[in-house]
Design a binder for this molecule. Sequence first.
Ligand code: CA
Length: 384
Amino acid sequence: MSFSFSKVCYLLVLTASMWACKNKNAVPEMQAPPPILASEHCYSGDTPWGEGGADIYLADVKKIEPDPVESKNKAGMVWVEGGTFNMGSDGPEARPDEQPIHPVKVKGFWMDQTEVTNAQFARFVAATGYVTTAERAIDPKTLAEQLPPGTPLPSAEELAPASLVFQLAVNNGQPLGPADWWRMQKGANWQQPQGPGSSIKGKEAWPVTQVSWYDAVAYCRWAGKRLPSEAEWEWAARSGGKSNKYAWGNEAVSPKFANYFEGSFPVEQSKADQFPRCAPIKSFQSNALGLYDMAGNVWEWCADWYRNDHYKQCLALGKTSSDPQGPADSYDPEEPSTPKKVVRGGSFLCNDSYCSGYRCAARMKTSPDTGLEHTGFRCVRAAD
Ligand SMILES: [Ca+2]
């Protein structure tokens, strides 16, 4: 079973239901899937790292200058030696977008040992005055581009600054979907992740959340770093490409390994779950490279666009992909109108009955303008 989500998706659910009420016979047309890319577009090596997306957000990201001190700061980073590995999975739990396994080579790189914390992000905001996506009203032009043609736009009130907050779903006997456990909360942002009244006070060592992909890239620019490619992320989670299922090995998930959802997702959380939401960084053992929370806690943005068929295209190249940077465009058949970036590693909401996103090979996708309570990031930096 897969999971994907975007702020637009949530609004689409609302607007589509309103549309259906008003126009019983009118159903918004979905865009046709884009054509499959020719293999030469797979792993386009000349695509600049982390480029692409909505101009309105990228314009502010590009204003961020690297901080001269931060750009030389390697505190909290480890060197990840490069190498060649089999990316993806063909195990019994492997979802179609993790297949087929294909050979990938990555150069060595520096990587943050932990997810970026609230304290780190606060220093970035204090230094730059950056305003995150969730703190701004939703841009109607960007929204319209992601909705099927003919879909009416939400009202100005619904476009007010907001972000997605988790709530336990109510079991009503009907199939449950993400709109049952995500709430679009006005005023939710990185400083008040559950909305007005919540706070990050005392949570300086917790991962920053409610940050969009653009916010993550902006932070990286300030820190003289970048987001990892999806291949770098998986290589690192596997402690240098090992074939283990999880960052800790092959033993089944348990509270000793990661912050995940203990209970019956999404309706009941076990009282024994020590961390019902985020956990402070380094609450669980690191992997063999000294990287923490490469499984669970918060999903982590990668630089790459998401395509469900990407690995098929990579294998079709017939050679090892070298420092791949993802496809040139995005396609998610579950939400064909919405371009998405890759997120990796799973979160405090994953468990084996649902997404098991803490497997090294598990892929997930989110639209780059979406902030979520369970999504953050970590950064990497090239060799000196
Ligand atoms: Ca994580």
